[in-house]
Design a protein around this ligand. Structure first.
Ligand SMILES: Cc1cc2nc3c(=O)[nH]c(=O)nc-3n(C[C@H](O)[C@H](O)[C@H](O)COP(=O)(O)OP(=O)(O)OC[C@H]3O[C@@H](n4cnc5c(N)ncnc54)[C@H](O)[C@@H]3O)c2cc1C
Length: 558
């Protein structure tokens, strides 16, 4: 089924069983689960899918080794179990990655303790980690990670977790919901709740691109708005205490030649001992993350000069032969962890110690809110939320007669249909290239296979029909023009930023963050969507504003 944003907006309306507010990973997961059970579902997202935290995470599907230290064993167990599920249902998007954990003589945690932690970690996954860990000697570390300092190194466990494309995991979950009948409308903001007596019974939704409004009625309304959770609840009922204590996390992207790493390197910041990662990302490496309390508007969150320096200082401490300067930073991203407020107000807790557990709350007005959690556990949390919605539908006699059980742990995401059991990305890339009659370069074919899974074959067919679509969006880079067409006709893209930032990753990877190619993208989108000159310009300017926000930290340097 095609997924065109304007068509979705036109289909939105009437009465549904479940209205999901928010198109991050949780909203997308809930819509998928509910639609797969046979419920009538509408999801509304005020920006693009994954526009919020779900495109700004560390992009790891992991148990969270550091949570072991906080003895959050059930959280780790749940997360490593879900890692296994995601490896099965989205093997093209969730990829095993080595994590190297250097332990120095000065380390607060001795090597033996960390090794014991590794065994516990693997035990909690019932020894179904992508690969078994082993501890490298300093000599082996020099070979495995030549840029990492080895002075005073005692050894380094190498263990395995997974990396992903968070925005695409969200998108594919939403597309799967669309495939089974859900309406997923982006650039559609809930501005008001509709009430029947004391109960929330729907919402007034505004098309944020045109300003028009619609009313949707629903038997259950779910608030999956991540860092906006409290604001969404406040639309319905006054609150005496905030549910969330959001913390800001910043990442910086540099060229992988400036900081080459073969594994995700886990280190403790030399100033405050917080856990940081240097993560390999193809032609780039990213560093993250900070963790600081945040009280502003979630839509304005951005990296500061202090955030950038904090990350660069840590990198220069651990990789002294690869000194980074502020000029090496290609892009930044900043997101908010929608963490639960500690139960007892006034409790003196450091930011990194705030629990990542989630909670499902049903308000007196019937609004179901999902708060907290992690990208990794989204599927399981979504199933729990839909269980709650089903109970509410049952109580109000609104439950459809035939309802399936949740099977989202067994149904592959769209790009995983037909993916080889041996997870051989290179072989899928060859198939993609052959399907394009070898019009695609090897690099583009690989990018398409890694990004779209088996759906890359459909893009290759477009290229075979029109070889000009194999042209690069940015000269010298593998992203191709066909991806713009595909984004608009199959993936709900409606703005230049949707394409640049979340359908492709040019915003993060291109040296000028895609600014040089923005006109090309805007022109193509204008002809595909039928934009007026004003609409084209507005979309371009909005993208330039996004880039400016991500670069605002540089203003302090001027
Ligand atoms: C720096 C950082 C690193 C992280 N790293 C990891 C990691 O590596 N692994 C991991 O498992 N987890 C990680 N997390 C946690 C994970 O990213 C989040 O838990 C998850 O993305 C939250 O998803 P969500 O759907 O709840 O929120 P969001 O993704 O923020 O989605 C909420 C959506 O609601 C929309 N919205 C708000 N108000 C309205 C309205 N009125 N109408 C319509 N739509 C509305 C917003 O636009 C937004 O898109 C990280 C988080 C951060 C901040």
């Amino acid at each position: 089924m095609s997924a065109v944003r304007q068509e979705m907006w036109e289909r939105l309306g009437g009465t549904v069983d479940v209205l999901v507010v928010g198109g991050g990973i949780n909203g997308a997961g809930i819509a998928r689960d509910a639609a797969r059970r046979g419920l009538r579902v509408a999801l509304v997202e005020m920006n693009d899918l994954a526009w919020g935290t779900s495109s700004r995470s560390s992009k790891l599907v992991h148990g969270g080794l550091c949570y072991l230290e906080q003895l959050e064993l059930s959280l780790v167990f749940e997360a490593v179990s879900e890692r296994r599920v995601l490896l099965d249902i989205a093997p093209h998007l969730v990829n095993p990655l080595g994590f190297l954990f250097p332990v120095f003589k000065s380390s607060r945690r001795p090597l033996g303790l960390i090794n014991a932690g590794m065994w516990l970690y693997e035990g909690l996954s019932l020894f179904r980690s992508p690969k078994r860990h082993r501890t490298l000697t300093p000599g082996e570390v020099s070979k495995e990670e030549p840029s990492l300092k080895v002075a005073n190194l005692k050894g380094a466990p190498l263990y395995y977790d997974c990396s992903t494309d968070d925005a695409r995991l969200t998108l594919e979950s939403a597309l799967d919901a669309v495939n089974v009948g859900a309406v997923v409308a982006t650039w559609a903001k809930v501005v008001e709740f509709v009430r029947e007596g004391a109960r929330v019974k729907g919402a007034v939704v505004e098309d944020t691109l045109s300003g028009t409004r619609k009313t949707i009625l629903a038997h259950a309304v779910i608030n999956a708005t991540g860092p906006w959770t409290d604001r969404t609840i406040a639309l319905s009922a006054p609150m005496d205490q905030a549910l969330l204590r959001p913390t800001k996390g910043v990442h910086v992207v540099v060229d992988s030649q400036k900081l080459p790493v073969n594994n995700a390197v886990v280190c403790f910041h030399p100033d405050d001992g917080r856990v940081l990662f240097a993560i390999p990302w193809g032609d780039r490496t990213y560093l993250g993350t900070t963790d600081t309390d945040y009280e502003g508007d979630p839509s304005d969150v951005a990296a500061t000069l202090e955030d950038v320096d904090y990350l660069l200082n840590a990198s220069n401490h651990y990789f002294p032969s690869r000194p980074l300067t502020r000029d090496d930073v290609i892009a930044t991203w900043a997101g908010l962890r929608p963490l639960m407020q500690p139960a007892r107000k006034g409790q003196n807790i450091g930011e990194s110690a705030v629990s990542r557990e989630h909670q499902i709350i049903v308000g007196q007005d019937g609004l179901i809110t999902i708060a907290g959690g992690k990208l990794t556990t989204y599927r399981r949390m979504s199933a729990e939320v839909v269980d709650t919605a089903v109970q509410m539908l049952r109580l109000s006699n609104a439950l459809p007669r035939s309802l399936s059980s949740s099977r989202t742990d067994q149904e592959p995401l769209p790009g995983a249909n037909g993916w080889p059991d041996d997870d051989n990305h290179a072989r899928v890339a060859q198939q993609v290239r052959a399907t394009s009659d070898n019009t695609l370069s090897e690099a583009s074919a690989r990018l398409l296979a890694d990004t779209y899974g088996m759906r890359a074959l459909q893009i290759a067919r477009l290229v075979r029909q029109d070889p000009s679509l194999a042209g690069p969006i940015v000269p010298g880079r593998p992203e191709i023009l066909a991806q713009i067409n595909w984004a608009v006709t199959e993936e709900l893209a409606a703005t230049v930023a949707d394409v640049m930032t979340r359908r492709t990753q040019l915003f993060y990877r291109d040296l000028d963050q895609g600014l040089g190619a923005a006109e090309i993208v805007a022109d193509r989108m204008a002809s595909l969507i039928g934009w007026t000159d004003e609409q084209r310009l507005a979309s371009l300017q909005a993208y330039r504003a996004d880039v400016a926000l991500a670069r605002r930290w540089r203003e302090k340097l001027a």
